[in-house]
Design a protein around this ligand. Sequence first.
Ligand code: ZN
Length: 335
Amino acid sequence: MTARIVAGIDLGGTAVNYTFLDERGQFLIDGLCEHPARSTEGPDVCLGQIADGMAMAAERAGVRLADVVAVGLDTPGPASATGVLSRRGSTNFVHPQWAGYDMRTGLERKLGRPVTYLNDGNAAALWGHVSIFGSENRATSISAIIGTGLGGGVITDGKVVVGRNGFGGELGHVLIPFTSIRGIEGLVPSCNCGRTGDLESLCSLTAIRQSLLPHFLRKQPDHPLAKQEIAAAAKLVRGLAEQGDPLCREIFRVQAHALGLFFDEMINVFDPDALIVGGGAVETGPEFRRWFLDEIRIGMPTQRDEQAGIPLHVMPNGDTAGARGAALDAVRVVR
Ligand SMILES: [Zn+2]
């Protein structure tokens, strides 16, 4: 008897992560299932790695490769809605042959199966959405995932908003009224995209390193983190915040309030069924996570009575969210 299995492939700059989804909607791999991406060696080597890793992952999951009928791929951008990487290159795909490379078609040829494409933020958002509402739904959700940058996505009526150029759901570069956040008076938070005061400029690991940690250390130069190199110090902020260090808690409070302002904008645009938060700040102990979610709500302007109780969820299985969302996207091809 043949099964109809869909694979989800999350291609990052350094590693490929795999999952498989069966006909009953069950994921066949629980945690991370990784293989080196070797993306710096260009598309030919990297696509070979993806294929080799998929065979190994299938063995681990007890899946026959012949049963894999479609593949969902997700990668970091910038890429078009159909998976063509930007001609200007990308931080994660630096080999010259990646510029303008048609990732989706290339992988389809390599694997001999239909391949669908989403950017990594949108794939994670789709997983977060389906984990709450199921695969058959007409709900609307907004997902924000805090990492090195700020990724995420918008799902309306059960469908990912990809946009005309593939830039739908680039939530990190949405401007927020940051001057209303207490404690960062005088700070000019700039983002690598050239904007000042967008969500990523305040709510990302990069924001901690470039703006928030230097800002708070200027006010408190005797803090132990002031003695460290800034990039190393930035990575210690979350752990210290969890342990109750006041300066580091302040940094996360500012991040939570930035998210609150952003979600308020989304509530007024979409009137969504749910807000979803993923990434570093919520991959913490339960006490800190609860405090962070409460601070997001505190950071929101007052909502209409009807919208005051809008659910705020934590994205489950954060490290496999991209692969799972990519697999869910590929199910469309099978139907
Ligand atoms: Zn930006």
